[in-house]
Ligand binder design. Structure first.
Ligand code: MG
Ligand code: NI
Length: 581
């Protein structure tokens, strides 16, 4: 049987534009190319600007991951100028990061990914009483598991199906044989999908209190822009502290009682996906989700209270017991397969001197196939010590497990016993989904039991300072200074790098989690993690006209393409021109 070409474009239910080109034969995928077809450009926009303003620009790298770029930026600037934000400001940033991360994971599972596993029209066939029993059987203590609620959701789904217009569920591969959940599980999941919509709106209010609004909250180099005064109406006061406590507790309850049990149940049914979708068995993380470093973790302080004793490190070549030390100087980016050019040619360039020089050499759209060209994407290819590494929840969970982080180990061991898989199988499509839910619970627990109570205790003790003014004025800075930050955010390891000269940004680079994962081939021909997870004759593709299986695997990485390319529409671009050949 000859190999056939399959194109998935656009790959939907993600942020931004991703195209996957495949060659498949005999029901498996032989070759894969990950192609970021959108072009943006924020790194060049901030050049020449006041570094104290950079956060407001780079936060617009993404409409989903807004806060994380702002925090990475202010921490990098603080690293460069030597600013030292007070403890309360750091705790607020930890709460902002924690809230964003858990909300992101919940949205990813229910609203972006669940429909790859949950068959919506099938829910119309379910017996609501049996769905309640199913929820009880999987240990879901969620208060939404009620007969009247499930009955009402079933009637809604049945009405939508009967109308012949599936609305937002149009275009799903609902008749695909790879859907395996019973109707009752589908009904429960659709009901939780709707609950999660309400819930994600509620929990992100934490960030509107600390940042004034969401998305794109307000931040400040040297601290936070929100003042604390228990007795003043215009500050963070007692009323808001009580509100935040309610949202934080609600967050923990949802993740513990609904999200994690749902993931365990769904992935238990799709257990074969612990053997599908593995990428290179190398993992990089600087700690638990939310871990934040100003500069090199080996020599500089962490600006986060979230460590849990987990240190930065790497796991290499499938050995998940040996933690290798992390050296940020070993990060580089290739443009071998990306539409950029480097002055030094086809080599890995470290982000402290990285370039964003655009050179489009692809075909004029509309095109049918990009992968015949050596360059086929806007996404650079980051490498660590020239190795392809994975970042994200699996990296963090494996690193925490290797270092004996008790709660992570307990949750992973419980999941392995319940479903029946081994630790190396976390490097898989199902493993990514499970690791994300486990980490959402540890993050929600840290938020509710550690970060928020410490913040409140400090206020009670009179500690309300949120700003270090000593380095605010550029006259207090060295004439030339560089800095960087490393933050563990929802999709993985994020670093921002900059050089300041004469009070202005001379050079700015961001190395983003999705860039690590979605990047293409490098100078040695090594594939990026998305590509590796699909290619080499290991990954199923039963129907070329309904590529549900590769959709499951790519979605399991939680792609955020706006983050990955962080470059502006050329029509509104500044500081560069597009060269077309
Ligand atoms: Mg970049
Ligand atoms: Ni993003």
């Amino acid at each position: 049987m000859a190999s056939e070409r399959v194109v998935i474009d656009p790959l939907t239910r993600i942020e931004g534009h991703l195209r996957i080109e495949l060659e498949a034969e005999g029901g498996v995928i032989s070759k894969a190319w990950s192609e970021t077809t959108q072009f943006r450009g924020i790194e060049t926009i901030v050049e020449g600007r006041d570094p104290r303003d950079a956060w407001a620009f780079v936060q617009r790298i993404c409409g989903v991951c807004t806060t994380v770029h702002a925090i990475a930026s202010i921490v990098a600037v603080e690293n460069a100028i030597g600013s030292n934000p007070p403890e309360q400001a750091r705790l607020i940033r930890d709460m902002v990061l924690g809230t964003q991360e858990v909300q992101d994971h919940v949205i990813h599972f229910y609203h972006l990914h669940a429909l790859d596993w949950v068959n919506v029209p099938s829910a119309a066939q379910a017996d609501p009483a049996k769905a309640v029993a199913f929820a009880q059987a999987i240990g879901s203590k969620w208060h939404g598991n009620q007969l009247d609620r499930f009955t009402s959701v079933k009637e809604t789904v049945a009405g939508v199906v009967a109308s012949g217009q599936l609305s937002i569920f149009t275009g799903g591969y609902w008749d695909h044989p790879a859907y395996k959940l019973p109707p009752e599980a589908n009904l429960m999941a659709v009901s939780h999908y709707l609950d999660a919509l309400e819930f994600q709106r509620s929990m992100i209010r934490v960030n509107t209190v600390f940042g004034g609004k969401n998305p794109h909250p307000n931040f400040l180099v040297g601290g936070m822009a929100c003042s604390i005064d228990p007795n003043a109406s215009e500050s963070i006061n007692q009323v808001q502290v009580d509100q935040i406590k309610g949202w934080v507790d609600e967050t923990l309850a949802f993740v513990r009682d609904c999200y994690l049990p749902d993931v365990l149940a769904v992935m238990g049914v799709y257990k074969e996906y612990f053997d599908i979708g593995a990428a290179q068995p190398n993992f990089l993380a600087v700690g638990l989700a939310g871990a934040t470093y100003a500069g090199d973790p080996a020599t500089s302080r962490t600006t986060s209270a979230i460590t849990g004793g987990v240190k930065p490190g790497l796991l290499l070549d499938g050995d998940y017991a040996t933690v290798y030390p992390f050296d940020p100087k070993k990060i580089s980016e290739y443009v071998t397969s990306a539409w950029y050019e480097y002055g030094a040619g086809d080599v890995g360039v470290t982000p402290d001197r990285g370039e964003t020089k655009v050179k489009y050499t692809g075909p004029q759209p509309p095109y049918t196939w990009l992968a015949d060209n050596p360059k086929y994407t806007w996404c650079k290819a980051p490498r660590y010590d020239d190795k392809v590494v994975q970042v994200g929840p699996v990296a963090r969970v494996l690193l925490a497990y290797a270092q004996g982080h008790a709660r992570t180990k307990e949750l992973v061991d419980q999941a392995m016993a319940a479903i029946g898989f081994t630790l190396p199988q976390l490097n898989s499509t199902a493993g990514r989904i499970l690791a994300r839910a486990i980490e959402a619970l540890t993050s929600a627990e840290i938020l509710a039991n550690e970060t928020f109570p410490t913040f409140v205790k400090n206020i009670k003790g009179g500690n309300i300072d949120v700003f270090d003014a000593t380095k605010w004025e550029p006259s207090s800075w060295a004439p030339s200074q560089s800095g960087f930050s490393i933050v563990e955010v929802a999709r993985g390891n994020l670093s921002h790098w900059l050089t300041i000269e004469g009070g202005k940004i001379k050079h700015y680079q961001a190395v983003v989690p999705t860039t690590w994962l979605a990047g293409g081939r490098d100078a040695k021909g090594q594939q990026g993690p998305y590509e590796e997870s699909l290619a080499n004759g290991k990954h199923p593709l039963v129907r070329n006209d309904a590529p549900l299986e590769p959709l499951r695997t790519i979605h399991s990485f939680d792609p955020c393409m706006s983050c990955a390319v962080h470059v502006l529409d050329p029509a509104g671009g500044e500081g560069f021109t597009v060269v077309s050949e």
